[in-house]
Design a binder for this molecule. Sequence first.
Ligand code: SF4
Length: 701
Amino acid sequence: MDETAALPAIDTHCPYCSLQCGMGLRPVTGAVPVEVVERPGFPVNLGALCGKGASAAAVLAPGARLTTPLMRPHRGAPLAPVGWEAALDRIAVELSRTAERHGRDAVGVFGGGGLTNEKAYLLGKFARVVLRTSAIDYNGRFCMSSAAAAHSRAFGLDRGMPFPLEDIPRTGCVILVGGNPAETMPPFVRYLRELRENGGTLVVVDPRRTRTAELADLHLAPRPGTDLALALGLLHLVVAEGRTDEEFIAERTTGWPEARAAAMAHWPELVESITGVPVPGLRETVRLFCDAPASMVLTARGPEQQAKGTDTVSAWINLCLATGRAGRPYSGYGCLTGQGNGQGGREHGQKADQLPGYRRIDDPAARRHVAAVWGVDPQSLPGPGRSAYELLESLGREVRALLLCGSNPVVSAPRAGHVAERFAALDFLAVSDVVLSETAATADVVLPVTQWAEETGTMTSLEGRVILRRRAVAPPPGVRSDLEVLHALAARLGHGEGFPVEPEKAFDELRRASAGGPADYAGISYERIAAEDGVFWPCPSAGHPGTPRLFLDRFATPDGRARFVPVQHRPAAEEPDREYPLRLTTGRVLSQYQSGAQTRRVDALNSAAPGPYVELHPRLAERLGVAEGAEVAVVSRRGRAVAPARVTDAIRPDTVFMPFHWAGAGRANTVTNPALDPVSRMPEFKVCAVRLEPVVRAPAP
Ligand code: SF4
């Protein structure tokens, strides 16, 4: 008899995306120590999981993950098993030596949007207090930073969604821009279905007719990189048709005349010529959006991952403000954050310009507050550092040694071939991860750390709901937690105190560090999260109920008014030309997640999504002589990626698409453009100029 059969399931959450679906983990006997079971009581997903979540336990199997530290004695030597003490000693010595030889900023830290709040918080503290380096950033910069920047400058606060998911079915119209939740987070789709069942309408903006677009009342398919012009054209029509909410504009906003003037320069026919979206589609969108008693705009990576991503999101926010669709029940702008803790990861100090509580590192009052919690002199804290891509670009030059946690930039960063060269130029690389990712495989030391089912900690979902991940199973022998790693390294580097290994202790310190800041967690405790199915920040005191809905009374700006930001359309950093006549856009598929470091190790997911492909329109395929399944090279100024062709009329004829989950020859990010948004420093993953070349294989000898 299976002795574990009677054991109760532990309530926890999926390890992957920002929806943070509730799930149960029940201990079982066998190589995989738990099974995923439904947790129907968690309100966000009501027990539903996508294939990624349902199969997540597979990565716990010993064969799928790291269970011993690895080290190479010198560059060129293979990685070999080593004891923990030797591995930690080596990292401490190399980081110290680099700082002594080249200065503190020559030691870098790179984090991830999948780390718990506790890890992100202590990683930031480790960089600022122990290493005293400004060189820290994280892969969330690639994921949602443009929406964060636009949110902050319009509303004075960045929380991806300022309202809970449960509000979506209660609005009248949703414009979903550049997101495909039917593949990236399928349980989310129930909110869109309920919206339509309640009589609401869905407009999807995407260059591809995705599974999400197929659910929509209206699908607009702009050229990649033109979402900004599209939003301006809609705002132009709103003004021209007298659909503005003048009372709301007068009472709750500033900056309308300038934003209005910018929009009026984008008349519908011009916008059609830029975007490829016919004027009737623009007019119908305005009708659906403005006829509804309440409406929302939700953006995802499509408009955000552009060299003008911040301005693009601002244009969509301007549309909401001009129509009075913000700061009111069931209306507003929201961002569908991507990574599991993309929200919390950017709030607690692993971002180059931030301290815990979403404080700015260049704010003297913020520095004083956090330094007091940390027991250090505010003057000792470094200033702002480089953004993620700029940090990667500096490897082997300014930054000579790097500690990287839970990230795989060799696959996920733009211009990835170049990024791999920068990693190779480092004097020293240490990686802590669950699996031997492509980036970990290049390290000098690799530390095997616990993963979601083996650890406790908090995550902050796309709604701003702080939830509790619970340990359901002991890690295998030889595996330690990231908190234990930071504690051990800090101790070796002269900071024996201040790096707790117990997650709840770390969270209690995070609460104090965040108190009074924009993302105030002071009133949130593990007990409350467990009792209340999560708590929405800000929550400044134990008696505070949390804040599911922001901005209903006032926006978080000094004068309480939302700020219009006047923005103008501009071309992508790289437009098509004779040599590179097509636009490439990249994205995700249903059965893989981000760089694929975990999901490519799950048989069920690999069977469903075994490898990369190039999606192209039948007319383009015919013109190039490319047949379905034939290998084709996508070539840009940065390199070439090769994958089988997938011919479909669901994509524009001037655009090709590649998913970015794979390494090797089919690595989409070999081709992508690292042009950065000037405000958010987010790279332009979503559009670059390419050409397609059929791949002709030499006949076998
Ligand atoms: S939608 Fe996201 S959080 Fe939910 S099961 Fe799938 S990957 Fe996990």
